[in-house]
Design a protein around this ligand. Structure first.
Ligand SMILES: [Zn+2]
Length: 301
């Protein structure tokens, strides 16, 4: 067992090369862990095989290495961890906290996408498994950047899916099981996942697992205020020239640019960043891609 008290992680989905937004999540979680003297793990979230892009995980790992974001321990792959998710689902079923759902997509869509009860008599050959979310399931937690977050999970998400009709494990179950199994104490990730955190906390409670601390980083939006997806800044960061993108990420994280010395090596830059990192400076965002001056990310345009 490690003596360190902080253990963070970066958990990308292998759907493409790392772009500036994912670099921000990687760098932010790495800084939070390393500045606390903690460990940093990398986990490839490849439960959704249909969305996986061949070679993407390898490309992401090459980029992390090129940027000097070193990780502890072996890289874990969710596709190899199905037995852990099955055991967790089994415990939930045994406790009466999960159930088999035969509703069609149209049944759930007809209820605004919020599942509260199964349509009587529905039957399908490929049922989903859902968590039973009781009425009045209010979850509150304190995010290090966003402050107090409160959600009525029964109204916002309903009985959410644990195992999909296509046989894939749902993200919510996999991430909760993995964070607990890997002893993650600090979840630092993009604010696009802020809304799903209450569901994960409900699952932690149902499974009797500890709750990590949460810090949700600002999203990087494109020039039109949309999530980075098709804009120029969503292009891959450049493995051959990491310093401009790292400096842009440092700036986007609200950190003091004067604390990063100019014209020094990548290791020296990272050392300075670990020393100077101050999580209380991270903005709630969102951040406009144009404000990031991300030469590396938009170079290919
Ligand atoms: Zn149902």
């Amino acid at each position: 067992m490690s003596m360190t008290s902080v253990r963070g992680r970066f958990a990308p989905s292998p759907t493409g090369p790392l772009h500036f937004g994912s670099l921000l999540a990687a760098f932010g979680s790495w800084l939070a862990a390393r500045s606390a003297g903690g460990e940093w793990l990398v986990r490839i979230e490849d439960v959704d095989r249909g969305r996986e892009v061949p070679g993407a995980a390898e490309s992401q790992l090459r980029t992390l290495a090129a940027f000097g974001l070193d990780h502890d321990g072996p890289v874990e792959y969710q596709s190899h961890r199905g037995h852990l998710y099955a055991a967790a689902l089994g415990r939930l079923l045994d406790a009466g906290l999960a159930f088999e759902c035969h509703c069609s997509r149209a049944d759930v869509a007809g209820a605004g996408g919020i599942h509260r009860s199964c349509r009587r008599g529905a039957h399908r050959r490929d049922p989903a498994m859902r968590l039973r979310v009781a009425d009045g399931s209010r979850v509150a937690f304190d995010d290090a950047v966003h402050g107090r977050v409160i959600q009525d999970v029964d109204r916002a998400a309903g009985d959410f899916v644990l195992l999909r009709t296509d046989g894939c494990w749902a993200y919510q179950l996999a991430v909760v099981v993995d964070d607990a199994d890997q002893g993650i104490t600090d979840v630092v990730r993009g604010a696009d996942l802020l809304d799903s955190t209450p569901r994960q906390i409900l699952l932690q409670r149902a499974l009797g697992l500890p709750r990590p601390r949460y810090l949700h980083l600002p999203l990087v939006l494109d020039d039109d205020g949309r999530k980075l997806s098709k804009s120029r800044a969503s292009l891959p960061v450049d493995d051959a020239d990491p310093l401009p993108a790292l400096r842009a990420a440092w700036h986007a994280l609200g950190q003091d640019p004067r604390r990063l010395p100019a014209k020094v090596s990548l290791p020296a830059t990272l050392e300075a960043a670990v020393r100077a990192f101050d999580a209380s400076r991270i903005p709630r965002g969102p951040i406009a891609a144009t404000a990031v001056h991300n030469a590396a990310a938009i170079r290919h345009a």
